[in-house]
Design a protein around this ligand. Structure first.
Ligand code: SF4
Length: 377
């Protein structure tokens, strides 16, 4: 198992074991693990409001109300109207709770001592400080609730990514497919420690190079999965860049929106298979291929440039599959065939390219279904 997954797994083990321990130890007191942090917070800050609890513990209001209600029903706390502001409620522990708290602290201490056994005391303070920072980062994220568009790969200059233009190429992570032939598994199975490229660095570059670099290409994984893409494209368009998006074609409505708002100039649609075998080639059991049909329609009806790209894989693209793909696309502006040759980095390792001798007949088969046919190495 790789290291990034271990972090998540360890957190999960820690959480579940801690929950089990506390629930067992607190059972006779009619307390639960979930109620404990809130009860301790009230005990240590008598008169605290639900709002303050929500802020310090990143709880939502519903969870707090439910927990407070249970604590009150079981005789641990009382809820009083604030003398300063009648709209506010203040929470206080009862005498019963106060009598239980030393037992609660003992239980908490025992578990902590159990967890930290075998940890080298000389590194422990450092660990605790890092742990504190992680919790504070998590809180800050929950408070800001911001989701920005995040890029993980960046080819600053490319002369091949956008037809006849000098472009910069940015890659987003995350995909709704899991194609066995995917060669960007790092953008699909995003490692926890994968560093994003600083937004400011990208923006400074784009602002400085506007007029020199002519186009911005957004690739993935799948760019159209991210609603924040639109804001970013508006920014890019304000700098007068041409925009190209590579997509797997499964977000037709968002694509249409971007085209209508003139935020995209070129789309490259990666077509994986014919309708009947589509799900298999994207690593799924079932898939609604009408999404791809709709994307094809949108591209054909629009005034923007586009291509349909097929990575030819021996195991998937038999003559009958290619025929069904051609019947499906019917007639497109620009078809690009790419014999698949990136065996080592694909998710499924035993995939291979079509036999070179078959390329001629494939070209012959596909030619009638497009204005322009291109074969790329
Ligand atoms: S659609 Fe593209 S990025 Fe997504 S899994 Fe398939 S090949 Fe990879």
């Amino acid at each position: 198992m790789d290291k990034q997954t271990d972090v998540l797994m360890n957190l999960s083990v820690l959480y579940r074991s801690t929950q089990k321990y506390y629930d067992r130890m607190l059972f006779s007191m009619k307390l639960t693990y979930a109620q404990l942090p809130i009860l301790i917070m009230i005990y240590e800050r008598e008169g605290i409001s639900m709002h303050d609890i929500a802020q310090s513990g990143v709880y939502d209001k519903g969870t707090i109300s439910k927990t407070v209600k249970h604590l009150e029903q079981n005789g641990f706390i009382t809820i009083m109207t604030s003398e300063k502001d009648k709209r506010n409620k203040e929470l206080y522990t009862t005498d019963y709770a106060k009598q239980q708290m030393s037992k609660v602290y003992e239980i908490r201490r025992d578990w902590w001592q159990h967890l930290i056994q075998n940890i080298d005391p000389s590194t422990f303070d450092e660990f605790l400080a890092s742990y504190e920072i992680m919790a504070s980062n998590a809180r800050a994220y929950a408070e800001s609730q911001q989701e920005n568009l995040v890029f993980f790969e960046w080819k600053k200059v490319s002369v091949s990514a956008y037809p006849d233009k000098m472009a910069t190429v940015l890659s987003i992570a995350g995909c709704n497919f899991c194609c066995p032939s995917c060669t960007k598994s790092d953008l699909v199975y995003i490692p926890e420690n994968r560093k994003a490229i600083a937004d400011t660095e990208i923006r400074q570059y784009l602002e400085k190079r506007a007029g020199i670099i002519e186009a911005v290409c957004i690739e993935g994984a799948e760019p159209l999965m991210h609603p924040h893409l639109k804001e970013f494209l508006k920014y890019v368009k304000d700098l007068h860049y041409m925009v190209k998006i590579n997509t797997n074609g499964s977000f037709p409505s968002f694509l249409q929106e971007l085209i209508e708002e003139k935020l995209v100039d070129y789309v490259s649609l990666s077509l994986k298979s014919g309708p009947r075998s589509y799900a298999k080639t994207i690593g799924m059991e079932n898939f609604d291929t009408s999404l791809i049909s709709r994307t094809l329609e949108i591209l054909k009806e629009s005034a923007i440039d586009y291509d349909v790209t097929i990575h030819l894989i021996r195991q998937f693209h038999t003559t009958s599959v290619l025929k069904s793909m051609m019947n499906w696309i019917s007639h497109v502006k620009h078809l690009i065939l790419v014999p698949f040759n990136d065996y080592s980095s694909a998710i499924q390792k035993d995939l291979c390219s079509i036999q070179p001798k078959k390329l001629g007949s494939i070209i012959e088969l596909c030619q009638p279904y497009c204005n322009q046919l291109e074969v790329r190495e």
